[in-house]
Design a protein around this ligand. Structure first.
Ligand SMILES: [Zn+2]
Length: 241
């Protein structure tokens, strides 16, 4: 671990266009639950599995039930950035990190100060009326009862990519372009099992592919450096110079 941390520091020192690609594990250290791993917990209160509730057809058919789950499990507005978020923002400000690509929808990277963030699955902080397009802050969703409704009568929907919905092409292109041009790719807190996570890794063409995860992933053998430790601890120890 100590030797691996040294190599990581050396590679970061030598790189000028780092891209960080992160998943749910980055946010769990801020206390945000990974809904994929809390099935047992949720079964006590909900009649459907999370994957079904978080699908577009479910949202259209039972928006009230969707929002009950969404407010309860997906909105964690008190969560604060952890050392991983803060270090990545610091690396960007120092001109070493080009962007963050994330599967998370909590906005914690921006809260930590990151500017260039590709949110593959959208953000709970952007919400829009499906009829007139009027934007609403997340507090409006949080504080409304039942199905949040626009002044025009339309339903307000979070700008979050639900199951059955496609990713935003502009976001995906931006992420692909940054990864293809990166001189170092750090992947953390993701099992790389969810589309399009795995396919994005293939766009990286360099020789500093770092994988930081507490549990094994299908891509462990592709990594130039593999670190099995909490992401906050690993990135938190990095010196920006
Ligand atoms: Zn409206």
């Amino acid at each position: 671990m100590e030797g691996e941390q040294k190599i990581l520091q050396q590679w970061i020192d030598d790189s000028r266009a780092i891209v960080f690609f992160g998943g749910a594990g980055v946010s769990t250290e801020s206390g945000i639950p990974d809904f994929r791993s809390v099935d047992g917990l949720y079964h006590q209160k909900y009649d459907y599995p999370p994957e079904e509730i978080l699908s577009r057809s479910f949202f259209d058919a039972r928006p009230g039930e969707f929002y009950r789950f969404y407010r309860d499990k997906m909105l964690c507005l008190d969560a604060q950035p952890n050392p991983a978020h803060r270090k990545l923002a610091e690396l960007e400000a120092a001109g070493k990190l080009r962007s963050v690509v994330t599967q998370n929808i909590d906005g914690l990277h921006q809260k930590a100060g990151s500017k260039r963030v590709w949110e593959l699955h959208g953000s709970v902080h952007r919400n829009r009326c499906m009829r007139c397009g009027k934007p609403y802050p997340v507090e409006f969703i949080q504080n409304s009862q039942g199905v949040p409704t626009c002044s025009c009568g339309g339903t307000v929907k979070p700008d979050v990519v639900l199951y059955e919905e496609s990713l935003d092409g502009r976001v995906l292109e931006g992420a692909v372009s940054d990864i293809a041009n990166a001189d170092m790719l750090i992947i953390g807190g993701t099992s790389l099992a969810v589309y399009p996570a795995a396919s994005l890794v293939h766009y990286y063409r360099g020789h500093r592919l770092v994988l930081i995860n507490k549990s094994p992933t299908p891509y462990d053998t592709h990594a130039d450096l593999l670190i099995s430790a909490p992401i906050g601890q690993v990135l938190g120890s990095i010196k920006v110079r």
